[in-house]
Design a protein around this ligand. Structure first.
Ligand code: FAD
Length: 406
């Protein structure tokens, strides 16, 4: 058994590996401070690549993951029996930190697979499923999506109506899912189906469905940001082998809760921030550019926004410290996500006031209309991964111990 490298050795080797393959990121070439008008002015809540360049971006991400896997950085904290490096979370954080200094493709289209589906398979999958899916997901060979929401079941997920009926060694799935992020790029989907007339929460089963199987139809949904990052998915008598059932029959609710907890963890984590969203330097740059830096009311609003961003960072640190201490994400993670969606709204309101009509009409001026993507994307963030209202209910009951309404 090879000896574990020290954190310093590991970080130095990772830096050398990255430096050999990727250019140093612009923010690390000496221009650390934000400079108005320099570089890209892109600000996005959700990754929404232009469809014409999306395939190239996905190829680059797959190649990045394949390279990471080969070098032993593909799943730093993962168990060695599934191809992981078996190292503590501090090594993963060190790798992320050093990779931010380079212009790497990142994991944009893999976040659901790596952040939500893979940990669920690790927790609930059979040995054969772990061997088959985990290396493929971390290597970037398979992209995964989350097939939970339906036209008649979002917050009340337990009332889904997509059915899976057993037929010998296989299951036949029929129904409709909606808001499925990245389904158009995915190879597999974690799906929750109704499998029996048992009482609520006991009548659901989870499966891993092949998104290329006959009977699966994916239709993109256009959002008000102009992008089409999520989809409707129709399932018409789709055959899924029983070996792709995730967990026991009737255990689908437990599996769904695991995936949702992982989702809140990845959405609320401090690594989130889309492109340029939470940069207070950029916000200060806009205030100055609009000639409002001496306006007392604007200064007060700016101070409020920045204080809320700081407070959210501290909440994230508390949640992060719990994760580092080895505790699985609990209901507290909802606080991080609520803080982030509140801050996106706050930022959107503030920049809309600063920009006036410029947030709605593109004058071609750097750093102005670009904020429209945040203003239009923020409402979606309040819904995805559990709406703010549902998360507040969860925090009230499970963190504060308030009684459930009778
Ligand atoms: C950007 C984005 C990405 C998404 N990606 C995925 C994905 O990949 N896979 C997937 O399966 N789903 C996805 N979703 C769907 C998301 O999970 C649902 O939108 C969410 O669960 C809410 O469901 P709904 O839209 O049906 O709203 P509803 O549940 O119909 O809620 C409507 C309104 O009523 C409120 N409400 C409902 N019940 C209560 C209650 N008990 N107490 C107080 N208020 C309540 C809600 O807060 C909301 O404001 C995504 C959504 C977004 C916006």
């Amino acid at each position: 058994m090879s000896e574990r490298p020290s954190l310093e050795e590991f970080t130095a080797a990772a830096r050398a590996w990255l430096a050999e393959r990727y250019p140093v990121a612009a923010a690390d070439t000496g221009k650390r401070r934000f400079v108005w008008g320099e570089g890209s002015d892109e600000i996005r809540v959700f990754a929404e690549p232009d469809p014409s360049s999306e395939a190239d971006a996905v190829d680059a991400i797959r190649a990045w993951r394949a390279g990471l896997w080969e070098a032993g950085y593909g799943w730093i904290t993962g168990p060695t029996e599934y191809g992981g490096a078996g190292l503590p979370a501090a090594y993963q954080r060190a790798f992320e930190q050093v990779s931010r200094q380079f212009d790497v493709p990142g994991d944009a289209s893999l976040t659901i697979g790596l952040g939500m589906i893979a940990p669920t398979i690790l927790q609930h999958g059979t040995e054969e499923q772990k061997q088959r899916y985990l290396p493929a997901l971390y290597r970037g060979e398979k992209i995964a999506c989350q097939l939970f929401s339906e036209p008649g079941a979002g917050s009340d997920l337990a009332s889904i109506s997509t059915r899976a009926v057993r037929d010998g060694d296989v299951w036949r799935i029929s129904g409709q899912k909606v808001w499925t992020s990245g389904a158009h790029l995915s190879d597999i989907g974690e799906i929750i189906c109704r499998t029996s007339p048992e009482p609520r929460h006991k009548n659901l089963t989870a499966f891993l469905v092949d998104m290329h199987a006959p009977g699966v139809t994916v239709r993109p949904l256009r959002q008000m940001t102009g992008g089409a990052a999520f989809n409707e998915v129709f399932l018409d008598d789709v055959v899924v082998p029983d070996t792709d059932r995730l967990g026991e029959v009737g255990e689908g609710w437990t599996i769904a809760i695991t995936t949702l907890a992982n989702e809140r963890n990845s959405l609320g984590s401090s690594s989130f921030g889309g492109v340029g969203i939470l940069s207070t330097d950029r916000l200060a740059g806009l205030v100055r550019h609009q000639g409002l830096d001496d306006d007392p009311a604007v200064r007060q609003q700016f101070g409020e926004v920045v204080s809320h961003l700081r407070a959210a960072r501290y909440v994230n640190e508390v949640v992060g410290a719990q994760a580092r201490a080895g505790r699985p994400p609990g209901a507290e993670i909802g606080l991080s996500k609520i803080a982030l969606s509140d801050n996106l709204r706050r930022l959107g309101d503030f920049v809309s006031e600063l920009l006036g009509p410029e947030v709605a009409a593109d004058t071609g001026e750097w750093g102005t209309y670009a904020w429209s993507s945040l203003v239009l994307g923020a409402p979606g963030f309040r819904l995805g991964g559990g709406t703010d209202e549902i998360l507040k209910n969860t925090v009230a009951q499970r963190v504060l111990g308030l009684p459930r309404p009778s």
